[in-house]
Ligand binder design. Sequence first.
Ligand code: DAH
Length: 340
Amino acid sequence: MKKIVMDIDVIRKNAKRDIEAATSVKTCEDVRVQYLGRKDGELTAVLRALSSMSLEEKRRVGSEANALRVELEELIENKIKELSSKKIQRIDVTKPGKRVSLGHLHPLTRIDREVRDIFSSLNFSVVSGPELEDEYHNFDALNIPGDHPARDMWDTFWVKPRTDNGEEIKGAKKGGKLLMRTHTSPMQIRYMETHQAPFQIIVPGRTFRYEATDASHEINFYQVEGLMVGPNVTLANFKFIIESFFKRFFGENLEFRYRPSYFPFVEPGVELDVKLPGGKWLEVMGAGMVHRNVFNAVKYDKEMQGFAFGMGLDRLAMIKYGIPDIRLFYSGDVRFTKQF
Ligand code: DAH
């Protein structure tokens, strides 16, 4: 009788394997017939053989065989359910599709590209420089020495260089202390250190200020610097270039207003306001004729003169799109960016 017990284990193994492998309701029914079929089922045969066993064996083998019968019936039932529920999953061709949202450009990227395009068409080259700057390029060479009160105009993130172990690296560096550039103006110096005039460039880039944020201030924002240098470059050239730019950017019906202003790296310095049709005067940039001390810092000779300007990309975007709060640009909120 040992043989039948063995068979129960084998039957269990084979039956489970066959149920698992069944791919249709029909194959499930076939498996049921093969193992539990009334006439020739393999497990049925074991149950039938019980009558010739001793009472003790009848109990043991009988309960095992019955338990397996119940188990297999349940497994087959579940498999049938699983297979037929799959069949019911039909495709509803009338159902509206899922909207796939397309990626698109951030408003600042759009403005950045537009500014580059317009200045390129005016024959300006586009260059870029480091965001991590040194004191010399961000301040000193721009006629803002350490004790100059104008340093207060730029609240600075000073950077302490550290080793990989986090130890501070002491000792003066060539360009002085490190900082996150507070404006794109240091690229004026870097460009003139390595290029001779005449030239005309713009420098779009990210800038940093250590200050409290509000609707019009962010600790990080974008600027575009402009610089044109040559033997005969005048403020009249500046007016023509910048008015051409703004008319392309905002539209032909634009009014301009120049106000005297102060920046250490220009003399004279001006501030430019524009007025859109029906709108208010809006301050859009600082500019001026490059200060002699700046040319001295890069060892340009006395013949050279030029104009420089700097404007906020975020501010241009806010005016153009009517955005009330600069912080929205950096919020990462798709409800905002989706609108552009
Ligand atoms: N760098 C100035 C700022 O961040 C802006 C500026 C003003 C740039 C006058 C210039 C300039 O080149 O001539 O506030």
